[in-house]
Design a protein around this ligand. Structure first.
Ligand code: HEM
Length: 144
């Protein structure tokens, strides 16, 4: 028996591979493009869909399989689109991601992909929407 199996290896190694990601990503973005809220943002921003899908496959391959295939800066990419983004839109993105992952991936893999997306969405949103209010920042003492 392989050592990995003995320790119950992580779901990434067992159930997520390039081939599955290669099916999941186009399926997800096909649904995104049809979505009433998300569709217009993506369709206005993206001219080269095959290129975008390749970038996203590389991204998820790096994130889930630590392949190092993605070389990019998602925060910078989303900051460029800040005017079109909102927390409600991120919520919709995550709901659709959960839906498509559940349809297209084995359950444990779907759960891992959802959890990872939620963490990334959180950090993107912190960068996009969170601003320190100097009057409320910790360490600033209230006027006596
Ligand atoms: C409201 C939700 C979201 C919207 C509307 C959105 C929209 C977009 C758009 C329009 C681009 C193309 C930017 C450009 O080429 O200038 C993009 C790129 C990208 N997005 Fe999102 N996004 C969302 C959430 C997410 C989340 C949650 C993730 C990851 C879990 C993600 C990962 C990426 C990546 C990796 C790129 C490629 C960046 C690059 O070009 O290297 N996005 N997104």
């Amino acid at each position: 028996m392989h050592g990995e199996q003995m320790i119950g290896a992580n779901v990434e190694t067992i159930e997520i591979d390039e081939a599955k990601l290669g099916r999941l990503i186009p399926l997800f973005y096909a649904r995104v493009r049809e979505d009433e809220a998300l569709g217009p943002v993506f369709n206005d921003a993206i001219g080269d869909w095959p290129g975008h899908l390749e970038t996203l496959k590389a991204f998820w391959s790096s994130v889930m399989l630590t392949s190092g295939r993605y070389k990019g800066n998602p925060m910078a990419a989303h900051l460029r689109k800040k005017a079109r983004l909102s927390p409600a839109l991120f919520e919709r993105w995550l709901a659709l991601w959960a839906e498509v992952c559940a349809e297209a991936m084995p359950p444990a893999a779907a759960a891992a992909l959802q959890a990872k997306a939620a963490r990334i969405a959180e950090s993107l949103q912190l960068g996009l929407f969170f601003r320190l209010d100097p009057d409320r920042s910790p360490g600033r003492t209230a006027p006596a």
